[in-house]
Design a binder for this molecule. Structure first.
Ligand code: CA
Length: 303
């Protein structure tokens, strides 16, 4: 067997670290300073703080859909809540709305979905129609000075986002396109240009959902309905590996651990029928894989 194919098929140890039974687990991000994993249950309206050393998970019920979460440089967390950018104080559990960019779209029932911070600590997050109506969403950039800019229009389900190590490229997933788009990225200005396709997802794959980058510049993508995370070379649009999980709805992934060599993966049971739920008792769990490659540190919100 050619070495490349052998590595594609290599069996990986997938460890269930938390049988969380999240409806829609998402938004995994590692806080290297505190050695904690933050993640959300969008439909369960919760933010979670997982401490791997103590094997302890704390949840914060926020009363609205939490699209994603990032560490905040001044302490606590920044997150998207319903249609707002917000902050959560982990000590007092107080939530403060920071910005609400999409009020004119309330009638469409939009909510925020995935997002992450860029290398300069700007918080990028996109929206989607709860009905999944096409092109109703947008991608926003929330700057540390409190201003929000609408960067992309006509987004359907805004999902994974990542930047190259040199901060000269931005990768972005609008799930129904079945593509990873790549833009030239102006790090100083936070502007994107020259959109093209980095990866096209073949029909035999799931839907591209959350995404992160490893230290070799390769993309790791959670596959909704694909039951795996897959690793791609974005310069060549080429599949490198797929690692199977025991659940179909794989939603986000993030490198963590002291050596940044553990890949944490969130999953969901939302909209599985009763038979599927019986067949996937671990759906909604938080998993960990040691894929033999390291990640890069995530960025905190600088505002
Ligand atoms: Ca997602």
């Amino acid at each position: 067997m050619p070495g490349e194919l052998a590595s594609l098929l290599m069996a990986e140890a997938v460890e269930l670290v938390l049988d969380a039974k999240a409806r829609l687990g998402e938004g995994a991000v590692w806080d290297a300073q505190r050695q904690l994993l933050y993640w959300v249950d969008i439909e369960g309206h919760e933010v979670h703080v997982f401490d791997p050393a103590a094997v302890r998970d704390r949840s914060f019920a926020l009363g609205d859909s939490v699209g994603t979460v990032v560490p905040r440089a001044k302490g606590g967390l920044a997150l998207t809540l319903g249609r707002a950018f917000a902050a959560l104080d982990l000590e007092t559990r107080k939530v403060s709305v920071l910005a609400e960019p999409e009020e004119e779209k309330v009638r469409h029932g939009n909510r925020f979905n995935d997002g992450k911070c860029d290398p300069r600590g700007r918080f990028w997050a996109g929206t989607m129609a709860v009905s999944e109506a096409p092109s109703a969403g947008a991608l926003y950039r929330f700057d540390p000075d409190g201003r929000v800019r609408r960067i992309l229009e006509g987004v359907s389900i805004s999902n994974g986002i990542a930047w190259s190590a040199a901060a000269d490229l931005m990768y972005y997933i609008d799930t129904p396109t079945r593509e990873v788009a790549v833009f030239d990225y102006d790090d100083a200005a936070g502007e994107v240009a020259n959109r093209r396709v980095a990866v096209r997802f073949p029909a035999r794959h799931g839907w591209p959902d959350g995404m992160t980058m490893d230290a070799e510049g390769m993309l790791w993508i959670a596959e909704w309905e694909g039951g795996c995370v897959s690793r791609w070379n974005p310069a060549r649009g080429k599949l490198l590996r797929r690692i199977a999980l025991p659940v179909s709805r794989v939603t986000s992934c993030a490198f963590g651990g002291a050596g940044l060599d553990e890949l944490y993966v969130t999953t969901a049971w939302s909209r599985l029928d009763p038979g599927q739920r019986r067949a996937q008792p671990l759906a909604g769990g938080l998993f960990r894989i040691r894929p033999g490659v390291k990640g890069v540190p995530a960025f905190a919100f600088a505002g």
